[in-house]
Design a protein around this ligand. Structure first.
Ligand code: SF4
Ligand code: SF4
Length: 318
């Protein structure tokens, strides 16, 4: 069983091109399992052309249910519910507004006649799909649902199991933006993180926050500057910050509308074009592959592809 490498691609803010870069790396890597952990807005499937194989319910929250036959109309549940989820009818009998209920269970605990039970409710769904580049595990959290960290963990665990069962050496994680619970769930225990940023003031601010999270969890980190030619001063500020912290800037990718054109076509940028951006992404993957200790695929004739298969006896450089 090969050692499994997990790489999380994250960004402090949305819109930096994280998912486009993740999709491109998935194509270049091959021999991998892809985990779309941006469960609030999963969109890796837009460029990886998934074919759905499995659908699973995700039940992580609970809702209080009142048995009207048992309810004596004492009103205690309405008094203790801090979320205003209990509605009392004119005759005193109580009912619960499911969208307002947080599933805390206080009402069930307090009800003198045991008329309230808590039932698990559907919070979202997670899926396993086939793509031309590897298995994709992805998910969709229901509107207004919490527990996104738990759903991220479910996606990661399943991706890891599939990788191990299929003998793949790499799980590539498209992480959510921000620094909250789902980001922490995406980062914990990974081999390394790739932080995608861009040279703008808000992106640098958010990069700083996400780098602090990586530092806190002791996750080896590389930085990718996308749209690197947007602002030279800010690009230099990112380079200086990374140098100060001993972080490698693994790629600087200039603005190129080829990303948008590839997205419109429903493909990754490395499938859409063979220009400068795919070349830079190829170099990025090669650099990452080297750090991970993954073996290069050798092809006759064409340009060398790079497989996510662990190189025998060579530990990763992290
Ligand atoms: S606490 Fe129990 S008995 Fe009292 S109103 Fe609520 S459900 Fe009915
Ligand atoms: S479970 Fe909590 S939130 Fe839901 S109705 Fe009961 S007290 Fe209110």
């Amino acid at each position: 069983m090969p050692d499994l490498r997990e790489v999380a691609i994250i960004s402090g803010k949305g819109g930096t091109g994280k998912t486009s870069i993740c999709g491109a790396l998935a194509v270049l890597a091959e021999e991998l399992v892809i985990a779309d952990c941006d469960v609030d807005a999963a969109n890796l499937g837009l460029i990886l052309r998934p074919s759905l194989r499995e659908t699973h319910d995700f039940t992580a929250s609970r809702t209080a249910i009142i048995d009207a036959q048992e309810c004596s109309g004492c009103g205690r549940c309405a008094e203790v519910c801090r979320f205003g989820a209990v509605i009392q009818a004119a005759d005193g009998t109580a009912d619960v507004e499911p969208l307002a209920c947080e599933g805390c269970g206080v009402c069930a605990h307090i009800c003198p006649v045991g008329a309230i039970r808590l039932e698990e409710s559907l919070s979202g769904r997670w899926f396993v799909s086939d793509t031309p580049h590897g298995t994709l595990v992805h998910a969709r959290l229901g509107p207004g649902e919490e527990n996104s960290g738990k759903l991220v963990t479910t996606v990661r665990n399943r991706a890891r199991e599939i990788a191990q069962a299929d003998g793949k050496g790499l799980v590539l994680i498209d992480g959510p933006p921000g620094i909250g619970c789902p980001v922490i769930a995406s980062l914990s225990g990974v081999t390394c993180a790739l932080v995608v940023t861009e040279p703008t003031v808000p992106a640098i601010h958010d990069m700083d926050r996400v780098l602090a999270v990586c530092r806190h969890f002791d996750v080896p980190t590389l930085v990718v500057v996308n749209r690197s030619d947007l602002d030279e001063g800010n690009r230099r500020a990112i380079a200086a910050r990374c140098a100060r912290e001993g972080l490698e800037v693994a790629a600087e990718i200039p603005y190129d509308p080829v990303f948008t054109r590839a997205m419109v076509e429903g493909r990754t940028v490395v499938e859409h074009s063979d220009g400068e951006v795919p070349r830079l992404l190829g170099s990025l993957w090669e650099r990452l592959r080297g750090r991970l200790g993954l073996r290069a695929r050798l092809e006759c004739g064409g340009r060398p592809g790079l497989r996510g298969r662990p190189e025998e006896g060579r530990p990763g450089g992290f």
